[in-house]
Ligand binder design. Structure first.
Ligand SMILES: [Zn+2]
Length: 607
């Protein structure tokens, strides 16, 4: 038995999809849910518990457990295999060539480094004391896998080399820095080839959305006196094949469930803000790594929520890098709101960041995150403070900032409502804002259907033609109600089907029913027929035989109508060509086409 089969036998697809946040409802022998791969209001994502396959009738994506996790988490096959094997408790052969990908090797090295740093933290009492002082409980140290990089030049590199990792991989993983021969070599105990990037630092592993460690942030513990210590407050893993900063949200793996439960995500700036929030039970909190929100990060979030509560430095939300992220979030259809930093009784800010606010008064913080201000209200109050709105020049400048943001509000009704409020606040007629918006909009429109919406509507997605659609419905009905094939036999030609697999499946259904064993099919239709069995549950879940007969007749007529319409269109374009020519053979073809049109039109009238 192959490892993939073993894994599939141990993980139930339906259960797995539920854990991934899909709301699956019974539909006949199958389950249905709203598709996680495209926007939809009515469920067209079908799952067969018996066959352990899924298919979406909206965007045409489908497959098994492996394809789902690959598509959903953006993994390649090797990564999906490793992840699911771990989960199913299936031991993979180490020599499996599919596991030898570079990214997998780097992830294994990073995993070993995480273990190393955790062991070092357990040994270092002073670092443990520091962690305690910072108010990080031991449950969070364990969950976020905090560690300690010892105060040496090459402890990690030496340890991992001893464990059989290649130096090149350690460098590629961002753990080891190549010794630069042109510079004066650091004297103490440095290995010949390279030295540790992280030295004497509190280590925060960075997990991807699936909870795998992909990189690290190392925080300084004390100002270094030793010349070998990097004075930077934070040292980060550089971009590697396994770690792309713009694709990571810190804490997301531990926040997904809470985000779905709460219905929104709290976005903060620092790792320690995330840990403090999770420690206080506010687990729907994640952080960007000091970058503006990217399309990729928004795509990750969109799987869990469309509501974004941002706890950034208030004024930063209006301009600069943070503003670009907010615009991207609005473009992607997120409801973006700003968390106002709570103030104490004296009117002073409760704390400089979420971590400090939580320490000062967690209940006030809880209230603040649950009662955020809509992003445009926030912007308007910033503009009111920063511009003199009694002066035309102040009104003009404020109007420009407001319009730039307003152009990213996708919903037309919401946009109109904000337009009214903004005009009132700035003190100008609505029409002037509307005019200015129209002038600025073409650029904004260009961005709107950008990367994110393309991802949401994968290129695989396509619409079935009526001919193919009704063909599928007929076949789906025949799979469920095989005896109904008698409805079809009379005067229905297999040529009405438009695809080879439809014709193959239809012929094999006829053969199965008449029990004469025909020759083997030239096209494998097993995937196709399991997809159609999902279709029958989705569309005809509750049908009895009588309803099936009626539906089959209806689909047959509709298919025939679509086929005839398509024929007539072909004839009409052929006629246009023939009209321009003039020869005896053309006369003959014209006559034949004329008869065909007559026949087809007559048949159309009877349908
Ligand atoms: Zn879909």
């Amino acid at each position: 038995v192959s490892s993939t089969e073993q894994i599939k036998s141990k993980i139930d697809l339906v259960e797995f999809l539920r854990e991934q946040g899909l709301v699956l409802k019974r539909a006949g022998a199958s389950f249905k849910a709203r598709c996680p791969f495209h926007e939809e209001k009515t469920p067209s994502f079908m799952v067969s518990p018996e066959k352990q396959v899924w298919h979406c009738f909206g965007c045409s994506m489908g497959g098994d457990l492996f394809t789902f996790i690959q598509e959903h988490e953006g993994l390649d096959f090797a990564e999906a295999l490793k992840l699911l094997a771990d989960r199913a408790g299936v031991q993979l052969e180490r020599s499996d060539p599919r596991l030898e990908g570079q990214k997998t090797r780097l992830l294994t090295a990073v995993e070993a480094a995480t273990d190393f740093f955790q062991r070092e933290l357990a040994k270092s009492e002073s670092t443990q004391a520091y962690v305690h002082e910072r108010g990080i409980p031991s449950s969070m140290v364990a969950q976020f896998q905090l560690g300690y990089a010892p105060d040496t030049w090459d402890a990690l590199t030496a340890d991992l080399l001893k464990r059989g990792f290649g130096l090149h991989d350690l460098m590629e993983a961002g753990l080891t820095i190549s010794r630069d021969a042109s510079r004066t070599t650091p004297e103490t105990r440095a290995s010949d080839a390279g030295y540790d990037r992280f030295r004497h630092r509190l280590m925060f592993p960075i997990h991807d959305a699936m909870g795998r460690v992909v990189g690290f942030t190392g925080r300084i513990l004390e100002k270094g006196t030793c010349s070998g210590r990097d004075p930077a407050k934070y040292v980060n893993t550089p971009e590697t094949p396994a770690y792309k900063k713009s694709e990571i949200l810190y804490g997301l793996a531990f926040a997904k469930k809470a985000i779905r439960q709460e219905g929104y995500v709290v976005l903060v700036e620092g790792n320690t803000d995330v840990i403090a929030s999770h420690a206080a039970g506010i687990a729907n909190t994640v952080a960007t790594s000091g970058t503006a929100l990217t399309i990729k990060q928004l795509t990750l979030l969109k799987r869990s929520t469309q509501r974004l509560h941002i706890a950034f430095d208030a004024d930063a939300a209006g301009t600069g890098a943070a503003a670009r992220g907010i615009d991207a979030a609005l473009d992607a259809g997120f409801d973006v709101r700003v968390i106002a930093t709570p103030r104490d009784e004296a009117g002073e800010l409760l704390g400089k960041d979420p971590d400090a606010c939580i320490t000062a008064d967690v209940e006030m913080w809880r209230y603040a995150i649950a009662n955020p201000v809509p992003i445009l209200d926030d912007l308007l109050s910033i503009l009111q403070r920063s511009h003199d709105l009694r002066e035309p020049s102040g009104q003009r400048d404020a109007g420009q900032v407001f319009i730039a943001r307003l152009a990213h509000v996708v919903d037309p009704i919401e946009r109109a409502a904000w337009l009214r409020r903004g005009a009132e606040m700035i003190g100008v007629p609505e029409q002037s804002i509307r005019d200015a918006l129209q002038r600025s909009t073409p650029a904004a429109q260009g961005h709107r259907h950008s990367e994110l919406s393309e991802r949401e509507h994968p290129s695989k997605s396509r619409h079935f033609s009526p001919i193919e659609r009704y063909g599928n419905r007929i076949l789906a009905l025949l799979l469920r109600f095989p005896e109904q094939i008698s409805e079809m036999e009379d005067g229905f030609s297999v040529d009405n089907f438009s695809t080879e697999r439809q014709r193959t499946l239809y012929n094999s259904l006829i053969r199965r029913y008449t029990e004469s064993n025909g020759s083997g099919a030239s096209v494998d239709v097993s995937d196709f027929s399991s997809r159609l069995e999902l279709l029958v549950d989705r569309v005809y879940g509750e049908f009895d035989a009588a309803q099936a007969t009626e539906e089959l007749r209806r689909c047959r007529a509709l298919l025939r109508r679509a086929v005839i319409t398509s024929h007539l269109q072909q004839i009409s374009s052929r006629l246009k060509i023939l009209e321009r020519e003039d020869s005896p053979s053309v006369q003959k073809e014209l006559l034949e086409l004329g008869h065909s049109v007559q026949d087809l039109t007559n048949e159309l009238a009877t349908l």
